[in-house]
Design a protein around this ligand. Structure first.
Ligand SMILES: [Zn+2]
Ligand SMILES: [Zn+2]
Length: 350
């Protein structure tokens, strides 16, 4: 049954409300902002009916239980609001660390791992066939991930196969306690993915105005992301667009969407209903495909579609662009070419 909380858009906008109509079950309408920080470190799924005690309050769970796929701890859903227990499986300093923590007190706007992997791919592997689709060697990937954890300055990607590097990047995003597109906005992004899918299933090709409506909607939604998520997403999608523009690698925006959809979007509590899960995977993929295809308009590089940010956009708490990140003050700033493409006029509100 649908609950009031599935309507997450403002009630004074009928178009938005129409788009938000969907059949999500209770599990997916749980709001992440009510969960404690520690609760978000777990990878939660709906608990199968079995007797277990809640790790937070020590009472038996009768209904509305969730359990962590990684560490196996079980909780009442209600207890996640006050949960103090962090996931035992997430003890690193780079992988599996929340972006807000990883980038706290740092001058970087995009995580170091992401900058390093994307620039290495762009420097030598854009034409490699199946880049991002093919997996790398697990032992080599584990070794490099370890080096990132202990001595990231020592990481050298130059000897690695491109498939190792892309696997490290995908691993980084998959391990984030909260996915890059956040739990709170998950349903909103899925709703847009659904609209894109419906547009592509029509017999006639979509009107430019239909495309523009979706672009506008996405721009508004992306402004609601924390600024570090927005900037990291902008960096990643700009990179993926460069990958898709190289036809030798046979990785179209659609192929990249299939790879990155479930990597960037994940519901707070994953559902057991395979039919819904399957549908949502395809909405995730078409959404990422759309972000890549319309990257310039969505991320504001095209001046004609510029609008001021929503008043709810997070205030920028990062230093001006001109400052040089401490970790990278060794003269290799030209690697970060993508960040230079942003027009000056955007800097005041990004
Ligand atoms: Zn409890
Ligand atoms: Zn856990």
């Amino acid at each position: 049954p649908k609950t009031a909380s599935t309507l997450t858009v403002s009630s004074d906008d009928l178009d938005e409300r129409d788009m938000a109509e969907s059949d999500y079950n209770d599990a997916q309408s749980v709001k992440a902002k009510m969960f404690s920080r520690a609760a978000l470190t777990h990878k939660l799924k709906k608990m199968k009916s079995k007797m277990a005690k809640c790790k937070q309050c020590d009472n038996f769970i009768v209904v509305s239980g969730v359990e962590c796929e990684e560490c196996g701890l079980a909780f009442h859903r209600k207890c996640m609001e006050v949960c103090q227990l962090e996931c035992e499986q997430k003890k690193g300093t780079v992988f599996g660390v929340d972006l807000s923590v990883l980038l706290r007190d740092r001058l970087e706007e995009v995580p170091f791992v992401v900058q390093l992997c994307t620039s290495e791919i762009e420097s030598r592997a854009l034409s490699v066939q199946g880049v991002y689709r093919v997996s790398g060697s697990k032992p080599r990937i584990q070794k490099i991930c370890q080096t990132f954890e202990v001595q990231k300055e020592q990481v050298d990607l130059s000897d690695l196969s491109p498939h190792d590097i892309t696997s490290i990047l995908k691993h980084f995003f998959k391990e984030l306690p909260e996915p890059l597109l956040t739990f709170d906005l998950y349903n909103d992004f899925i709703t847009v993915g659904k609209a894109i899918q419906h547009l592509s299933e029509r017999e006639t090709s979509p009107e430019p105005s239909d495309i523009m409506n979706i672009i506008q909607k996405l721009r508004e939604q992306l402004q609601r992301l924390p600024s570090y998520c927005y900037k990291t997403l902008q960096h990643l999608v700009s990179h993926l667009q460069k990958v898709s523009e190289n036809f030798d690698n046979k990785m179209s925006p659609s192929n990249l969407g299939i790879v990155f959809g479930p990597t960037l979007l994940r519901p707070l509590v994953s559902t057991d209903m395979s039919m819904i899960a399957l549908l949502e995977t395809s909405y995730q993929a078409v959404l990422v495909e759309f972000l890549i295809t319309h990257h310039d308009k969505i991320f504001g590089l095209d001046q004609s579609t510029m609008t001021p940010p929503a008043p709810t956009a997070p205030l920028p708490d990062t230093p001006p662009r001109a400052s040089i990140p401490l970790d990278r003050a060794d003269g290799d700033l030209d690697r970060d070419a993508s960040s230079k493409e942003r027009p000056r006029s955007l800097e005041s509100w990004l």
